[in-house]
Design a protein around this ligand. Structure first.
Ligand code: C2E
Ligand code: MG
Ligand code: MG
Length: 450
């Protein structure tokens, strides 16, 4: 080959006749793996191939392809396979499974392709990326089939495309499983809402001194059809996905409506309602639709002032204190109470507590976990309680599971306790039967420690 610097070697387009099929690649890899299990598969793409074809012309596109094929196949070592399967798709098999080694090899292929593209496109170069999957001899023994490797390598390629900072993306089984689960959840959430699979559960909030029922918190449970055997999904399994997709506000609206409906149905049955609180995701409060729903629920179900409390997270106010207060004022004017949930669980700031207009403070259950007499947690809790009292904000302690917890809550002069000691969250109908038809706010818990 002529190596004169300023002379471009002629590009033979003959190479473009040597296109192989993915099936051929698959068969070749199969033969390799049969002889010696373990290896890596990678698939390469060019970022702007379509654009290059359009703006430089088809002929230039073909020249580029042929040169890339030539450069990459020259880099291919003994034992490796390089197949061009058409378009800007190139497959490579590497007969080793050490990740660093594989990465090095893939970088070499990338380098070859990039360099040659620079020569063809003159002042510019094509950007290549690749997805890779590794099967070591153990995973081969665990039936990690070639078929699955080929699916997974495409997934890795998509990831590499998605994150331009990473030219090489290795398939990650854990991430993949998580995304599959999220996709399943996302696909199902709209349907679940229509099919009424989101169930209203209630958990009592109790006066720890008299052990009388004071109010309740509404908590969502997802009864999926395939878990009709009685297993329910708790919010931890789906709320994070809903929050990412924005569906959480829609679900919060649904729960609000369910609570409105329940309060009205108690009234119709001659039962005096107790206040019920609903939870709001971070962004729900800023959704105009939700504010409209608040108006509608109040009117439609004839809800009295103070009967529904909105539990918000302190993070709704971060960097947005004024705006948050504006909305809270509007909502309180409508007759809703505001509670700050999970206080002390995150980056609690006393500033938020002092500035945000709230009617109740819920102390996160983490405080009671493993709390010992005289511990730092206890001192912090005492201080928060004192501060809340000074600010005239009633408090609720969450996660009261034992009589010792209750004693502690009482000693802190906290007016309200919530936790498994009194009851786990139960379906709304059961709550009505058990507590509302037995006195409602006169209901007294008879306790035996669990
Ligand atoms: P949260 O609002 O702080 O609700 C209290 C959580 O603590 C509930 O979990 C409840 O079952 C649990 N819990 C209550 N007492 C005890 C106890 O004594 N020990 C222990 N270990 N746990 C106790 P759940 O129902 O799984 O809900 C988790 C979180 O999901 C809630 O925390 C709330 O932030 C969110 N969530 C629930 N329903 C909704 C909803 O409709 N909308 C929104 N946006 N979030 C919701
Ligand atoms: Mg809550
Ligand atoms: Mg909470």
């Amino acid at each position: 080959m002529n190596k004169t610097v300023n002379w471009d070697p002629p590009i033979s387009l003959e190479l473009l006749k040597e296109r192989k099929s993915l099936h051929e690649f698959q068969e070749a890899v199969e033969r390799k793996l049969e002889k010696s299990p373990g290896g890596a598969i990678a698939v390469f793409n060019m970022r702007q191939f379509k654009y290059i074809n359009e703006s430089y012309g088809r002929e230039k596109g073909d020249q580029l392809l042929a040169s890339v094929i030539s450069a990459m196949s020259q880099r291919s070592k003994k034992g490796e396979l390089f197949y061009w399967v058409g378009g800007d798709v190139f497959y490579v098999f590497i007969d080793w499974w050490d990740r660093d080694y594989v990465r090095q090899r893939l970088e070499s292929y990338l380098m070859g392709a990039t360099k040659v593209s620079e020569r063809i496109l003159k002042n510019s170069q094509a950007a290549f990326y690749c997805g890779a999957v590794i099967s070591n001899p153990e995973s081969a023994a665990e039936n990690y089939s070639l078929e699955r490797m080929l699916t997974h390598v495409m997934y890795a390629l998509e990831k590499a495309k998605e994150f331009p900072g990473n030219k090489i993306w290795f398939f990650d089984a854990e991430l993949h499983e998580k995304e599959l689960q999220e996709n399943r959840v996302e696909l199902q959430m709209q349907r679940a809402l229509m099919e009424e699979e989101f169930k209203l559960y209630l958990q009592p909030k109790v006066d720890p001194v008299t052990r009388r029922l004071k109010s309740a918190e509404a908590l969502v449970r997802w009864q999926m059809p395939e878990t009709a055997d009685g297993t329910l999904l708790s919010p931890g399994a789906f709320m994070p996905v809903f929050e990412r997709t924005g569906f959480s506000s829609r679900l919060d609206q649904h729960m609000l409506q369910e609570v409105g409906n329940l309060l009205q149905s108690w009234r119709k049955q001659g039962i005096r309602p107790i206040p019920v609180s609903v939870n709001l995701s971070r962004r729900t409060l800023y959704e105009e639709n939700y504010i409209r729903a608040l108006e509608w629920v109040k009117k439609n179900y004839e809800i009295e002032d103070g009967e529904i409390t909105l539990e918000i997270l302190e993070s709704v106010a971060f960097g947005n204190l004024e705006r948050a207060n504006e909305i809270l004022e509007r909502v309180r004017d409508m007759g809703y109470r505001i509670s700050m949930d999970d206080f002390g669980s995150g980056y609690s700031s006393l500033n938020v507590l002092a500035k945000l207009k709230i009617d109740e403070l819920k102390i996160d259950q983490a405080f009671l976990r493993g709390m010992e007499k005289g511990s730092r947690e206890e001192r912090i809790l005492e201080t928060i309680m004192k501060l809340a009292k000074d600010l005239d904000i009633p408090t609720v302690v969450e996660g009261v599971e034992t009589l010792d917890h209750e004693t502690l809550v009482k000693s802190l002069d906290c007016g309200c306790a919530q936790g498994y000691l009194y009851s786990k969250p139960i379906p709304a109908d059961e709550f009505t039967e058990k507590f509302m038809k037995n006195g409602g706010s006169d209901y007294r818990f008879q306790l035996t420690e669990m």
